[in-house]
Design a protein around this ligand. Structure first.
Ligand code: TRP
Ligand code: SF4
Length: 336
């Protein structure tokens, strides 16, 4: 582990994850954990920045995210998996970083600007924005700097936050005349190829997703609702897979080259109807997900084990975060 570069990334505990998460994020993490010393965390404090008054599902959501990660192949023997609130050192680092971060650096954060717009549209007062939510980019900075992380695998929407993290790291180093913090770089993740069943971005709130943990029956039912080539109304109409972004798109993810060719021919020549095409696709999807779902089930039935994984990972994360925090405290010249 010693001379590997470090990466860290996290997700809010939003509940059961879908295939957009799997193909967009998790598969990438599973690959990265081979090459980097990896920290992956469930951002429960970040969840509170907006959902402080909706905590009834929080425990379950943490558990479900953890189960989906483990099922997808995030391996506790290779990566450090932790819960943010189990690593108080991050909160302590956050205090020190908050002192040196100019207020206007936080104000220009694009996510907060978006949020301000949403609140305005909802006719909510911007002054209802909590102190914690306002400071969320600095908390994210503390997450990242807690391990003196070299790279942060994120989607394009989070790059501005990593830039802010670099700015804060640099400012810290300048103020305290040190080279203490590494300036981390974003490791851009490709946007997920998975569209939602209705053709929009796959998302929980759009009710167009397939969950990693859905049963085979539910998966099949959902796939039946997927949109297809609009011009193909009857079975003997010839179709065009290029106009069938969702179902044919899924075939490209789940099918072999040969499968894709067969579907393409069957569609264009009207020898295969959409119902049959979807049926076959559902089988393919279920086959691919079967080992992941079986693994999830095993963990699900072993509450003690998943608890242990989260506790152990958090202990390891704390050890490193404490080392980094103690160093920062020295550099700042706090009394000790
Ligand atoms: N802000 C990220 C999101 O909303 C989650 C997150 C919090 C994160 N801290 C992080 C991601 C640190 C990467 C690194 O998706
Ligand atoms: Fe799409 Fe398959 Fe129907 Fe062709 S046959 S339009 S690829 S669902």
């Amino acid at each position: 582990m010693e001379n590997k570069k470090r990466i860290m990334s996290g997700m809010r505990p939003t509940g059961r994850l879908h295939l957009g998460h799997y193909f967009g994020v998790l598969k990438n993490w599973v690959d990265l954990q081979e090459k980097y010393e990896s920290y992956f965390f469930i951002a429960d404090w970040h969840a509170l920045t907006t959902k402080y008054n909706q905590t009834d599902d929080l425990k379950d959501n943490v558990k479900n995210v953890l189960l989906d990660w483990l099922a997808s192949g995030i391996d506790p023997d290779k990566s450090i998996i932790y819960l943010q609130s189990f690593v108080p050192e991050t909160a302590m680092l956050h205090i020190y970083l908050s002192m040196i971060t100019p207020k206007n650096w936080v104000e220009r954060d694009p996510t907060l600007k978006d949020l301000a717009k949403i609140m305005k549209d909802k006719q909510e007062n911007m002054s209802n924005l909590s102190y914690g939510l306002f400071g969320y980019p600095v908390l994210m900075t503390a997450d990242i700097l807690s391990f003196n992380t070299h790279f942060v695998p994120v989607g394009i929407d989070q790059v501005a936050h990593v830039e802010l993290t670099r700015d804060i790291a640099r400012r810290f180093n300048n103020i305290y005349k040190s080279e203490y913090f590494v300036e981390p770089q974003p490791l851009l993740t490709k946007i997920s190829l998975m569209k939602g069943l209705d053709g929009n971005k796959m998302g929980k709130s759009f009710h167009n997703d397939i969950k990693i943990s859905d049963s085979e029956e539910v998966t099949e039912k959902k796939i039946k609702t997927g949109i297809t080539d609009r011009n193909r109304i009857r079975k003997d109409d010839k179709g065009n897979p290029d106009n069938c972004e969702v179902i044919f798109g899924y075939w490209q993810i789940f099918g072999s080259e040969n499968d894709v060719k067969e579907v393409c021919d069957g569609c264009k020549n009207a020898t295969m109807g959409c119902a049959q095409c979807k049926q076959k696709l559902a089988q393919k999807v279920n086959e691919t997900l079967r080992p992941i779902r079986e693994k999830r089930m095993q963990y699900e039935n072993n509450e003690k084990l998943i608890r242990e994984i989260l506790y152990d990972g958090s202990q390891k994360a704390r050890k490193k975060a404490k080392e980094v925090l103690d160093g920062a405290i020295d550099v700042i010249k706090m009394y000790k």
